[in-house]
Write a protein that binds this ligand. Structure first.
Ligand SMILES: [Ca+2]
Ligand SMILES: [Ca+2]
Ligand SMILES: [Ca+2]
Length: 292
């Protein structure tokens, strides 16, 4: 074999090896881009699309102790720092806001197109299954809090009653710090200037206990149209005294476990720290797999 042939074969070998390395780098680059793009897409998808639809996130807010309980959005900043969920069923629109601070859960139910102030008939009710067992019959750790428009005192219901005719719930004494009040909105409302019915709740964690995942149900009734809007079913029922059983409730989830007291801003900064670490680790793995 001549020297020329050996040289050509050797050059071909080197060329093939170089091509193999380049192909490997290209594949790794593509993998890297795929992971990066997927991560960006995940960041852009709303949380209620990533998870099941029957889920409402609850966030920490450091301004809920400034809420003025008059049954309406009283000033521009009042409910600004809270989670938002829009419930749209047929022609009805409810803007729901919820947050927690210290020993309380705070909620606003803004029934944007209930223009009739039906005193003693319109009502809103929030229900919590504190162990989120989704049981077929309400048990002792299931609570509902009801505000009837025009009445100063809220009503607390607890599950575990033997009476199926009352959906296995019974009235219990209100916690002293419980507030649930209905009202008529004014020009400070964030969603509509047309006066409409809204409700504000302050629910003590002394009753519920802290959890990062409650079973959750919302029911809002308009006396004029005899329509009860229920979440998570997103359907309209005519009024009845029955309360939906926990098996049909959705979830109220705290992304920051067990309702800890740190803000969404802190959560965002933690995320900002985690992302570069994630990519640095990925990059190191990429280089080590190429050169070892
Ligand atoms: Ca208010
Ligand atoms: Ca009404
Ligand atoms: Ca339960």
């Amino acid at each position: 074999m001549s020297l020329l042939v050996i040289t050509i074969k050797f050059e071909n070998l080197i060329f093939k090896h170089k091509t193999y390395i380049q192909r490997k780098i290209t594949i790794h680059k593509l993998k890297y881009r795929f992971v990066y793009v997927s991560f960006l897409i995940l960041l852009l998808i709303p949380i209620n699309v990533v998870f099941a639809e029957s889920l409402i996130p609850i966030t920490f807010s450091n301004s809920m102790d400034a809420v003025y309980f008059d049954g309406k959005w009283s000033f521009w900043e009042e409910w600004k720092s809270s989670s938002h969920e829009e419930v749209k069923v047929e022609n009805f629109v409810i803007q729901f806001r919820i947050a927690h601070q210290d020993e309380f859960i705070y909620a606003l139910i803004d029934f944007v197109n209930d223009y009739s102030f039906d005193r003693g008939a319109d009502y809103a009710m929030l229900c919590f299954d504190t162990e989120n067992e989704k049981s077929k019959i309400a048990d002792k750790n299931d609570y509902c809090f009801m505000s009837i428009l025009g009445r100063s005192n809220p009503i607390t219901f607890q599950g575990g009653s033997p009476f199926g005719s009352q959906s296995n719930f019974e009235k219990i004494t209100n916690n002293n710090d419980l507030i649930a009040i209905g009202g008529l909105s004014d020009e400070n409302d964030r969603y509509s200037n047309h006066p409409h019915v809204s409700y504000e709740f302050k629910i003590p964690l002394e009753v519920l206990g802290r959890s990062n995942n409650y079973g959750f149900h919302l029911a809002v009734f308009d006396g004029k149209t005899n329509s009860k809007i229920v979440w998570p079913d997103n359907k309209v029922e005519s009024n009845s005294i029955s309360i939906l059983q926990p098996a049909h409730w959705g979830n109220l989830v705290s992304p920051d476990k067990s309702l800890p007291e740190f803000s969404s801003t802190t959560f965002f900064f933690i995320l900002l720290l985690i992302i570069p670490i994630f990519f640095l680790q990925f990059k190191n793995k990429l280089f080590s797999s190429l050169f070892h």
